[in-house]
Design a protein around this ligand. Structure first.
Ligand SMILES: Nc1ncnc2c1ncn2[C@@H]1O[C@H](COP(=O)(O)OP(=O)(O)OP(=O)(O)O)[C@@H](O)[C@H]1O
Length: 274
């Protein structure tokens, strides 16, 4: 089977000499087509760096990345990626509908078909009534829904989301988690997007994912991968299921262990340096 994403011994350092930051060290990760994988870990552990390397927004210092067997650069040229960032990057002068239309225009989709697809996607995220509004007329949560609709409208093989709900309150975040899963669960194989999702929220990671990649900082590395064996389709009620809470505890424990391990290695380094 060709993996959707293969990360083989990837390291990334920024700067050099005393100033060098080892943002990611020897990362290995294989993601199957149609998987939903989350990256979690404390600030500075290399989550965004890994995402940026896969998206061809940066290049590894060592190691190799393949996207459906291709280089990240080729995958980007082939429009394999949809991206959603923490702050929705919308064009203020374009209406909501015209923001969602943008990727279809770039891809040269026929105008009437593009309009139908964009309207259908806005209906799915509950924003039909706001098609002709401008982004500044919407709340943060609504703007993020527009960004998600725009990322999903062209059915990207790979969807990368860097803390897309990080700036939202807990209830809005949960609602958008449910909506995102509904949209994703509705996609039929083989067109189901492979999702790579960066978050700081353990609950969000467990609720959404098939696997949670736990990372630790200084240097950034993958410490552990936790399989999330909750059945799909996931429902909002699952957040109270005993198995859900067990998995939350497992991920929390893995993060704590990492914290202990990196504190320990920092002490070792400090002793070594003295
Ligand atoms: N362009 C850059 N130049 C120098 N250092 C960088 C650069 N980008 C990231 N870093 C450093 O690399 C390390 C990993 O950063 P990264 O943004 O990948 O972490 P993160 O886990 O996504 O953090 P956060 O959760 O705070 O977003 C950090 O120490 C960061 O300061």
């Amino acid at each position: 089977m060709t993996h959707a994403i293969e990360v083989e011994g990837v390291s990334k350092s920024y700067g050099s000499g005393q100033e060098q930051v080892r943002a990611l060290v020897d990362a290995h990760l294989h993601i199957a087509p149609g998987e939903f994988v989350s990256l979690i870990g404390p600030s500075g552990c290399g989550k965004s760096t890994l995402l940026r390397l896969i998206a061809d927004l940066a290049t590894p210092t060592h190691g190799a990345i393949r996207i459906h067997g291709k280089s990240p650069h080729q995958a980007r040229l082939d429009r394999e990626f949809g991206m959603v960032f923490q702050s929705p990057v919308l064009y203020e002068w374009r209406t909501v509908l015209r923001n969602v239309l943008l990727p279809l225009e770039v891809m040269g989709v026929r105008a009437d078909e593009a309009r139908d697809r964009a309207s259908a996607m806005l209906r799915l995220v509950g924003l039909s009534r706001f098609e002709n509004h401008h982004p500044w007329q919407l709340s943060g949560g609504m703007q993020q829904r527009v960004a998600i609709a725009r990322a999903l409208v062209f059915q990207p093989p790979i969807l990368m989301m860097d803390e897309p709900f990080g700036a939202l309150d807990e209830l809005t975040r949960e609602r958008l988690n449910n909506e995102l899963l509904n949209l994703w669960q509705k996609q039929a194989a083989p067109r189901k997007s492979t999702v790579l999702f960066v978050t700081h929220s353990i609950h969000e990671a467990v609720f959404l994912s098939s696997r949670v990649v736990v990372m630790s900082p200084r240097p950034g590395r993958i410490e552990r991968i936790v399989d999330i064996d909750l059945p799909r389709p996931r429902t909002a009620e699952m957040r109270w299921a005993p198995r859900f809470l067990e998995l939350v505890a497992t991920v929390r424990q893995a993060l704590r262990e990492d914290d202990g391990a990196s504190a320990h290695s920092r002490r070792e380094t400090a002793h070594g340096a003295s």
